[in-house]
Design a protein around this ligand. Structure first.
Ligand code: PBG
Length: 325
């Protein structure tokens, strides 16, 4: 008998054989495209640390969404950049807030598109924290009431899914209750169940002008050193009514994605965050990495780990590639 008996290379010989035994696939249906929306008209402003990602005024966002839908993208995640901020984030829930206006405009033109809205306070508060400040700290229960108001205002505007990213305790339950009371039992919640306190959010904070003015987010976002805590966070959100759970960031936390996949039978999303995007872009710009190949590998790894959905700033780029195939 020839040695070795089993030769794994037999199944790697040609591209057709490789694709026959390929275990993981990426499709356009997996993608959620995040967009930053600002006030004003005719604005498409590139973000310094995120090349080819822009802040769009609503009119320009509609053009961008048209392109995205033509590529087959079915879901967007909206972040608002308001004109006015205050201590309590009033502009996050007013009827004519930036997100409320954007959702109405988008739903008017693209009724089939899944519109997901970020529910948080950091973009809307003058201090840049994700909640209401009392005695120098982010007050959990005061914040819950505001988050509930924000979620209901988004649902009123026509959002299909709300995505709380603040990491307050009990917010999924409070938001579910408020949505149901207001007649929006059909609006789903995608919770940032497991959101780490990560330096990978740096470029996002530049994009959304949402960096905290004092302190940091360690008293509410998770410690990167913890994994068992991720199970507790996800269980709580599911018990409170989350429809989709999310892990964020994605690539440095593939072990967490895998763990949640094994533990829960709920749709699982992963967020390839701004810092992951910026790293790939920067290395590609220097000619140190092949952007397209790295992008593919990073997304397939996130899926292989167990994510069903991926939120990525590369959504359009990857959709284009998938359409060519
Ligand atoms: C808001 C929010 C953040 C991100 C998504 N929602 C920033 C933060 O928590 O500071 C980060 C997304 C990214 O980095 O792409 N709380």
């Amino acid at each position: 008998m020839l040695f070795p008996e089993y030769r794994p290379r037999r199944l790697r010989r040609t591209e057709n054989i490789r694709s026959l035994v390929r275990e993981t696939h990426l499709t356009i249906d997996d993608l959620i495209y995040p967009l930053f929306i600002c006030e004003g008209k005719n604005i498409k402003q590139e973000i310094r640390s995120m090349p080819e990602v822009y802040r769009f005024s609503i009119d320009k966002a509609l053009e961008e969404i048209k392109e995205a839908t033509q590529l087959g993208i079915k879901a967007v995640l909206l972040f608002g950049i308001p004109n006015k901020k205050d201590e309590v984030g009033t502009s996050a829930y007013i009827e004519n807030g930036i997100i409320q206006k954007a959702v109405r405009a988008i739903k008017d033109k693209f009724p089939e598109l899944i519109v997901i809205t970020d529910v948080c306070l950091c973009e809307y508060t003058s201090h840049g924290h994700c909640g209401i400040i009392k005695n120098g700290e982010v007050d959990n229960d005061l914040t819950l009431e505001v988050l509930a108001k924000i979620a209901v205002s988004h649902a009123k505007a026509g959002a299909d899914i709300v995505a709380p990213s603040d990491m307050m305790d009990g917010r999924v339950g409070r938001i579910r209750e408020a949505l149901d009371e207001a007649g929006f039992s059909h609006v789903a919640i995608m919770s940032y169940a497991v959101k780490y306190c990560s330096a990978f959010y740096g470029p996002f904070r530049e994009a959304a002008e949402s960096a905290p003015k004092f302190g940091d987010r360690r008293s509410y976002q998770m410690d990167p050193a913890n994994s068992r805590e991720a199970l507790r966070e996800a269980s709580l959100d599911i018990e409170e009514g989350a429809d989709i759970i999310m892990v964020k960031p994605a690539m440095p936390y593939l072990d967490i994605i895998k763990m949640l996949r094994n533990e829960f039978n709920y749709p699982l999303a992963a967020y390839q965050v701004s810092g992951e995007y910026a790293m790939i872009k920067a290395a590609a710009k220097l000619g140190w990495l092949d952007e397209e190949k790295i992008l593919w590998e990073s997304l397939i790894s996130i899926k292989r780990a167990g994510a069903d959905l991926i939120i990525t700033y590369f959504a359009k780029k990857i959709a284009k590639k998938l359409n060519e195939k």
